[in-house]
Structure formats: C-alpha cells, structure tokens
Design a protein around this ligand. Structure first.
Ligand code: SF4
Length: 348
C-alpha cells in the first residue's frame, strides 16, 4: 500500500504522529526496506497496547520479507566465568559486586563436548564467551586451542565474545577462523555511563569497528529494561542501525541479586514486545536474536509472540549465568510455526 504523502517525504526524517507511524512504517520499511530513524522508532515505542498486535504483525511481515522464514539457532558456552574487573551494573560476573557467580575456567574437552551437543540441536553457531575486560595471552591461547579442536571435530561455526580487543587480537581471531564476534554496546550512547563506569561506549565501538574491518561478522546488541527512557531506547536502535551489525542479540534485564541493578523491575511483557518490533522496524535486514531474560519478561507465550513479531534467531539451552528454556521447547516451537532452522551451508 503506497501512500503518496509519505513517499514524498521519505528521503529525510519524516515528522510523524503516533497515529500514522504504522502506515509510514508499512510503506518505508516493508515496501522499500528502509529502516525507521530514531524519531520514528520513538513513535513506535510510544504506541499504546491497543496497537501492539498490529505492530507485531507488521514487524513479522518485515522480517519475512527482508530476512525470510529461517531462524538461526545458536548455543553459547562460558570459557571463563565470573571474576571480571569491569562494573557493568547488570552483570553477576563482575568481581566487584556481591553476586554469587565465582570465577571458573572450562577445559578444552568440555568445550568440544558442548559444541557437539549444540550442533545436535541443529544449531549452526557456537559462541565462546569469557567474562573479561579483554583477553590476555592465556585466554587467547585457550581460545586458539578451543577453536582448533572444535573446527577439527564439529560441523559448526565458531563465534567469540571476549570483551574489548586490540588490533593484534582482532587479527589473531580472524586468522583462527572465528567468523563472528559478539561485543554488545548494551545500551544507547547517552545512557551507557549509567550502566558502566570502568570503560566507555566509544571503547566498545572501536572494537566493533576493528572486527568489521578484519572481515568477521559483527554481532552487537544489548539489554533493554535497565532504566533507560523510551527516547534512549530509540537512540540505541539508531546507534545499532549506524553500526550495521550482522546480528543484534536483544536481552531483557533479569535483575541479578547483588548487582547494582538487582532491584530494578522486570520490563513488562508488552514493553518488551513493543521494543522487539520497534528494533525490527529500525533494522529490517539484521538478524534479531532473542537472548537472555526473555523467560522472566515474556514467559512461555512470549517466545511465540516474539518469533511472530520480528525475531529470527534464538539461543538454545542455558545462558551464561541463568537458566534458559530446554532446547527442545524452542525447537518444537519453530516446528509448530513452520519456520525452518537455518542450515549450516547458508552461513558459510
Ligand atoms: S558484562 Fe562483560 S565486561 Fe561487563 S562485568 Fe560482565 S563479564 Fe565483565
């Protein structure tokens, strides 16, 4: 449905009222594949619950048109857990808070076994995660050994999430054959100082830029519901659109006891779903992954609504410090919705 007045205004930021935003999004995003800008995304985030169903349906249409029906499945494993020197206020792996996650390392045989179990679920992606500011030599050596062992024994793509990198480390990871690197901006540039004080948003951005330039896929998302305003949520979507990541993992804050955000309220389900759909409309071609926190924010039903509201990638099994849903539940759901799991050869 093309609307002449909208098309005429399309090249620049379109000033819109909440009531028109969905028809504008239909023409601009669904028909032309142009993501919503910050102001438009804010209008979507301001929509009332009475428009939620309509919004989710549009986000689903956008995802089907610009990404297709496939859903990418990923498993994650923690190579080094806890004891991180940084102070990300949501994170129970920081060594600076009184939270119950203690430092621990995983050995290479266990890593390979986890990759095998992940591959059995149909997952094409296996992400090795370490709770660190950035890797030291010991961690880089562990990762090199782990990636090599997995590549020798398991048919799966390896991704890494090891914090901030130097150029040398970026080059080393690319040479190991790591094809995607995760580093989350976590929240909008303006809200970041309220979330982390031990490093800056710009330092994170620099790592992402180097990863992109080295030819690895960029995976970058964040956590919603950390006390940011709707304006800052829209700003975050615009920050991500500027970065143009291959994948955006969306987490919802699961307040962990002992962390500075331990007492925050869980994001209401309707706000979480509205945000998922808004991010899909801002990032029509990007892989949008449901990551941590969705179980407590959305419950079982929310998984279905999210996957029918713009999401096209999931993490199976457990997350790093909290339990997720059993892999079978998610895979059964994809079968029920007739959404194929993305095959490995499509990711090569
Ligand atoms: S989010 Fe990462 S960098 Fe921040 S405290 Fe947790 S493990 Fe450390």
């Amino acid at each position: 449905m093309t609307q002449a007045p909208v098309a005429a205004a399309a090249p620049g930021p379109t000033k819109v009222g909440t009531s028109q935003i969905l028809s504008i999004a239909r023409e601009q995003v669904l028909e032309r594949g142009v993501g919503l800008n910050q102001e438009q995304t804010l209008e979507v985030l301001r929509l009332g619950d009475d428009r939620l169903e309509e919004l989710l349906a549009l986000a689903h249409e956008v995802r089907m048109k610009w990404c297709g029906p496939e859903v990418e499945v990923e498993g994650i494993i923690s190579l080094k857990t806890g004891g991180c020197p940084e102070d990300c206020h949501f994170c129970s792996q920081s060594g600076l808070f009184q939270s119950p996650v203690r430092a621990a390392w995983l050995d290479i045989p266990s890593l390979v076994e986890a990759a095998k179990q992940t591959a059995k679920t149909g997952a094409t992606e296996f992400c090795i995660v370490a709770a660190v500011r950035g890797p030291d030599e010991r961690l880089m050596a562990q990762v090199a050994a782990g990636v090599e062992a997995i590549r020798n024994e398991v048919d799966i793509q390896v991704a890494c999430s090891l914090g901030m990198l130097t150029q040398e480390q970026v080059d080393q990871l690319a040479a190991m054959g790591v094809h995607r690197y995760n580093h989350n901006l976590e929240t909008s540039r303006s809200y970041f100082p309220n979330v982390v004080t031990t490093h800056t948003w710009e330092e994170r951005w620099d790592t992402l830029r180097m990863v992109r330039e080295a030819g690895m896929e960029v995976c970058c998302g964040g956590i919603l519901g950390m006390g940011e305003t709707l304006e800052q949520r829209a700003e975050f979507a615009a920050n991500l659109a500027e970065l143009e990541p291959d994948e955006v993992p969306l987490n919802f804050l699961n307040p962990r006891p002992g962390t500075p955000f331990g007492d925050l309220e869980v994001l209401p389900a309707s706000d979480a779903l509205r945000a998922v759909a808004a991010f899909r409309l801002a990032l029509p071609r990007t892989m949008l992954r449901f990551a941590g926190g969705r179980e407590i924010t959305l419950g079982d039903l929310g998984a279905k609504q999210g996957i029918l509201g713009g999401i096209n990638a999931v993490i199976v099994g457990n997350y790093l410090t909290t339990l997720g849903r059993p892999a079978e539940q998610d895979l059964d759901l994809l079968g029920e919705l007739k959404m194929p799991i993305k095959a490995l050869n499509e990711t090569l």
